[in-house]
Design a binder for this molecule. Structure first.
Ligand SMILES: Cc1cc2nc3c(=O)[nH]c(=O)nc-3n(C[C@H](O)[C@H](O)[C@H](O)COP(=O)(O)OP(=O)(O)OC[C@H]3O[C@@H](n4cnc5c(N)ncnc54)[C@H](O)[C@@H]3O)c2cc1C
Length: 407
């Protein structure tokens, strides 16, 4: 961890979360992985009893009034517990961002506060069977009917489908408008009529009750529209900060946990008469892993600090998600390799970490979608910077303009 990047208040919170993580029973992790528990609610109740959820939100709604830097430090610690629990931990922060920034006071009191104090369990429903990457192509519809909206359609892969009390749902409210002005965001209570059609069997990140939701004439009062009608574009963009930044942060913890187990193992396991940490083939994998995690962590913290500074963090946040998740994947693979055959068994938790981590490169926007955003932002910056800095091309040995052909 980069404690040196934290001020006293941030450090105190980070230490509190670190202490809490130590107390979480292994049996909970095992039971979720085995599908004996299909909800993150027990964990959310534990975390909320210590007032650890949604630390960025104001104290009046149950947060701590902290910043993104404190939150990424905390989420890295929770990441040590695995993807299922870190997903449960960040969900109030993701849906909370939408409600806190765009919602009414009434919505904050009715949904945000009880979510942060563990009385309500929340979920987000963006992805549809038709596709998740093309978010603005949503086909779930919301049609005004008197003082409410009628929602029809399906959402897929929703963590919390099994047990959440309320869902943040995006639906097409103006099908004739351009895609970016056609979607609205709704708070939908399960009790308003949401049906669960399937709970998926997953490779990893199990125990969250991830399922497909069906909306058939689900009546949602107009008071539950978040922000302006047809203007969910802004909400979606904002929500993607916690969604992606915290995905990256959680993965740092997962990678760190795997590396710790493997590096300790390497100091005890012997081959050819000495412990395997003496073999360069092993200790260089440790070195590569440490450096990868530090590089990813630097990016995650830099992104958090940029957002804390009120700047547009789109490129950095997308990079933090991509690099954080890929670093963790590589590090966990290295850890398994260091441990040899026993790492592939359930005697150590590395195999679960590997299964869990694969998802991180797919959800919250695939890493290909992150690349789309990164290149888009970069080309924009390049255009804006044109002519403002040194003419680097001019440093060529023979900068012959006539030889520069662009087709
Ligand atoms: C276990 C699990 C939990 C999840 N939890 C949630 C949740 O709680 N709530 C929620 O709303 N969603 C959730 N998701 C959905 C997740 O965010 C989506 O699966 C993801 O965004 C990809 O969407 P898709 O699966 O429809 O793939 P598609 O969008 O069909 O993409 C398929 C492939 O095409 C590529 N692709 C698509 N478009 C482009 C493009 N323009 N350029 C380059 N490549 C492209 C993708 O990168 C991918 O490789 C979850 C998914 C899983 C598996």
């Amino acid at each position: 961890m980069f404690e040196f990047l934290l001020n006293d208040e941030e450090k105190a919170f980070w230490q509190e979360v670190r202490g809490f993580v130590k107390t979480v029973p292994s049996q909970l992790i095992r039971d979720m992985d085995a599908g004996k528990i299909e909800t993150g609610r027990p964990f959310i109740e534990m975390a909320s009893s210590k007032n650890l959820l949604g630390p960025r939100f104001p104290k009046e709604y149950g947060g701590r009034g902290l910043n993104w830097t404190a939150e990424v430090a905390a989420v890295e610690e929770v990441g040590v517990l695995g993807n299922s629990l870190s997903c449960a931990y960040v969900m109030p922060s993701i849906v909370g961002e939408a409600v806190h920034r765009f919602g009414t006071k009434g919505q904050k009191e009715k949904y945000l506060a009880p979510t942060l104090n563990g009385k309500l369990y929340s979920a987000e429903a963006l992805t549809e069977p038709r596709g998740g990457s093309d978010f603005f192509g949503a086909t779930t519809t919301a049609v005004k009917d008197g003082e409410s909206f009628l929602l029809n359609g399906e959402k897929r892969f929703v963590v919390g489908a099994q047990d959440a009390d309320w869902f943040l749902v995006y639906a097409k409210s103006d099908p004739r408008a351009p895609a970016h002005e056609s979607i609205s965001c709704f708070i939908v209570e399960r009790a308003m009529g949401i049906q669960v059609q399937n709970i998926y069997n997953l490779l990893g990140t199990r125990g969250g009750g991830t399922g497909r939701l069906v909306f058939k004439e689900v009546r949602v009062p107009k008071e539950n529209v978040v922000g302006d009608l047809h203007n969910a574009y802004a909400i979606f963009n904002r929500m993607m900060i916690p969604e992606r930044l915290l995905s990256g942060a959680g993965c740092l913890g997962a990678g760190r946990a795997a590396l710790e187990v493997a590096a300790r193992y390497s100091t005890r396991r012997k081959a050819f008469g000495k412990s395997i940490d003496h073999f360069q083939a092993v200790n260089f994998m440790v070195a590569d892993s440490v450096a990868l995690l530090d590089a990813a962590r630097a990016l995650v913290f830099a992104s958090a600090k940029k957002v804390d500074a009120g700047e547009d963090g789109r490129r950095l946040v997308s990079e933090a998600k991509k690099v954080g998740t890929e670093a963790a994947w590589q590090v966990i693979n290295n850890a398994m390799q260091i441990m040899g055959g026993i790492g592939y068994t359930t005697v150590y938790p590395i195999e679960r970490m590997l299964r869990d981590c694969r998802l991180a490169m797919i959800w919250t926007g695939t890493n290909q979608v992150m690349n789309l955003l990164i290149q888009h932002e970069y080309y924009q910056e390049l255009k804006k910077g044109q002519g403002k800095a040194r003419d680097i091309e001019g440093d060529a040995i023979t900068p012959d303009e006539e030889e520069k052909h662009y087709g």
